[in-house]
Ligand binder design. Structure first.
Ligand code: AMP
Length: 582
């Protein structure tokens, strides 16, 4: 039974969104004013001489653009317990730890109630649009979500990933209850200390409530794919638990066992039914609708670095729609998916102009100051939210209510159009270059396209790439690109050599091609990994404090990231050198 809570008025949420986006420029000015007034006493702003001015022009003239590196000294003081108003008027008492998987190491960021509110607003907005197209009422969600460890910093502040801070926050919990959508799994499973045990129990809870499940979700698509890959391995064990009403002895956490014992009762009919369904599936195609017949859609971030998992997700989803979630970060929530009917490949995100003050750096300027150009760095001149141009790409800059002012997020987005007067963005990539040795410039997206091209050769042999990453190997002269792959089958030497050549040829950037032709960059190397290697990498990040549902596979591993490189090199089973330019 669902607890009686006041239902959210979804039409009102949509009306509010319409009003906010019709007047995005004014809303932006007001949002900036609110942020600057609330935090006027913060040391950071005081030192910049704003003297109470809150208009965008003065703000831009006095406040510099900043990256996480520039923020670090302030965060260090906060973490170490300096309780003065450093970044915000009301001192920060909670910090969040970004997953760190994109940049190598977790970053500390300020977190507060106001930032929590941005997440509530964004979730409610996209839910209202989603529910209009795909109504869900009094259903259950099979959500593969995991709270990470929360811990106290040296100075006594609470620290956890932003999703963990969010899931534990009372405001967020009560707002989610208003959506009338209950998670299948008890809190003990979500916040369990062992990711593998939590995942197993999420699956078990889903099966117990299979008829009520109306939604299958996670923060990132990767976690949903990972969950069903695990299902393929453990479904018989899950059925045994259901048949006997006894939880597998592999789940050892007492709080999880106690919580699960309240749900798990012997149910041989259900076990038999699930077994029959699993055995009837062809290569697990359509697994989700077959096992959870009332599911309306699959929901999670499916754009950006999650795109490589979409085809596998489609395989599990059969005919069910895939709906990508919203666009946000540990640095705050940014934009909502208000066109839920569009497939992930076409999804855009509408910026919510009241969540922060947003600016956009044109790409040529952004690149110059990212070390991507030989020209000296001139200060980039960002444009405002309503000044961006359709068809152009920009780097996102955010000012949020938790003490980030003109913070460069490191994401590149493309303006696809406008919803009223707010831009609708497509997520393009992280702004940093992944692979560069000489005059070559290859981004996360270029790598993805190369892997997709070679992945087609693998798919012809009925296998697939489970996951991938890359590395620049400068220990050889000349340096060369290394691509690491995990595949789910025994590919022939011939096929893998062909894939290696295909990868090398698929980096079409002129700098790479000419450097390869002149041997300024050596032959690309494909290193094939033992099955389960990416699981080890995920476990490594979880061990550092990341939440499993917030983890993203690093698409490039820097030499400084020695532990991940070590895991990779210890698990290489075969390697190939390209002959594409011989
Ligand atoms: P984190 O640093 O762990 O909070 O992750 C935030 C980052 O995830 C963002 O800066 C983006 O690079 C990425 N991200 C978040 N939402 C999306 C989305 N909807 N599509 C693509 N990438 C996203």
């Amino acid at each position: 039974m669902l607890e009686k809570v006041e239902e959210l008025n979804l039409e009102k949420v949509i009306e509010d969104f319409e009003a906010l986006t019709k007047d995005a420029e004014r809303v932006q000015r007001e949002t900036l004013r609110r942020i600057l007034e609330d935090n006027a006493s913060a040391e950071y702003l005081q030192n910049l001489g704003l003297n109470g001015r809150t208009d965008p022009e003065s703000f831009k003239a006095h406040v510099p653009l900043i990256t996480h590196k520039g923020l670090e000294p302030y965060m260090t003081r906060i973490i170490n317990g300096d309780a003065s108003s450093i970044l915000t008027g009301k001192p920060i008492t909670t910090v969040s730890l970004s997953s760190g998987t994109t940049q190598g190491k977790p970053k500390y960021l300020p977190w507060n109630d106001e930032l929590c509110e941005t997440a509530v607003q964004m979730n409610q907005t996209s839910f209202a649009f989603r529910n209009r197209e795909f109504p869900i009422k009094n259903g259950k969600a099979l959500s593969f979500i995991y709270g990470s460890k929360q811990f106290e910093t040296k100075g006594g502040l609470m620290a956890g990933t932003s999703t963990t801070n969010l899931f534990r926050h009372e405001r967020y919990k009560s707002a989610m209850k208003k959506l009338q959508l209950q998670c299948c799994s008890p809190e003990e499973v979500i916040f369990g200390p062992d990711f593998h045990q939590s995942l197993y129990c999420h699956l078990l809870c889903g099966l117990i409530f299979r008829e009520q499940v109306q939604l299958v979700s996670s923060t990132f698509a990767h976690s949903i794919v990972h969950a069903f890959r695990t299902f393929e391995q453990v479904w018989q064990e899950l059925c045994t638990d259901i048949r006997e009403g006894v939880l597998s002895s592999t789940v050892t956490v007492p709080s999880i066992r106690t919580a699960m014992s309240k749900l798990l009762k012997p149910n041989p009919e259900l076990a038999n039914l699930i077994e029959k369904k699993c055995m009837g599936l062809n290569n697990w195609y359509g697994l989700i609708p077959e096992i959870f017949p009332n599911t309306k859609y699959i929901h999670g971030i499916m754009t950006g670095s999650m795109e490589p998992y979409v085809s596998k997700l489609r395989h599990y989803a059969g005919d069910l729609p895939l709906l990508t979630t919203d666009y946000g970060a540990s640095e705050g929530c940014l934009a909502a998916n208000v066109n839920p009917k569009l497939p992930p490949e076409l999804t855009t995100y509408a910026v919510l102009p009241h969540l922060g003050y947003f600016e956009f750096i044109p790409p040529s300027e952004s690149e110059q100051c990212n070390g991507g150009s030989a020209f000296p760095c001139v200060d980039p001149q960002p444009v405002g939210l309503t000044e961006v141009k359709v068809g152009e790409e920009y780097e996102f800059v955010t000012t949020n209510p938790a003490g980030l002012y003109r913070y460069r997020l490191g994401d590149v987005v493309k303006v696809m159009g406008f919803y009223n007067s707010t831009p609708q963005l497509k997520f393009v990539r992280r702004s940093s270059l992944l692979l560069t040795i000489n005059i070559d410039k290859n981004t996360e997206k270029d790598l993805q396209l190369a892997v997709e091209a070679a992945g087609k050769l693998v798919a012809e042999e009925k296998m697939e790439i489970v996951d991938y990453t890359s590395h620049v190997d400068s220990s050889t002269e000349p340096g060369h690109y290394v691509i690491f792959w995990e595949i789910n089958g025994e590919a022939s030497e011939e096929l893998l050599s062909e894939c290696c050549n295909c990868l090398d040829k698929s980096f079409v950037d002129a700098g790479y091609v000419s450097s390869r032709k002149t041997n300024c960059i050596g032959p690309l190397e494909l290193r094939v990994l033992r099955r389960g290697t990416f699981q080890k990498i995920l476990d490594h990040f979880i061990g550092l404090g990341a939440a499993a549902s917030q983890c993203k596979t690093p698409r490039s591993v820097a030499p400084s990231h020695s532990k991940v490189l070590q895991i990779l090199s210890e698990n290489v089973v075969r390697s190939y050198l390209s002959t594409a330019f011989n």
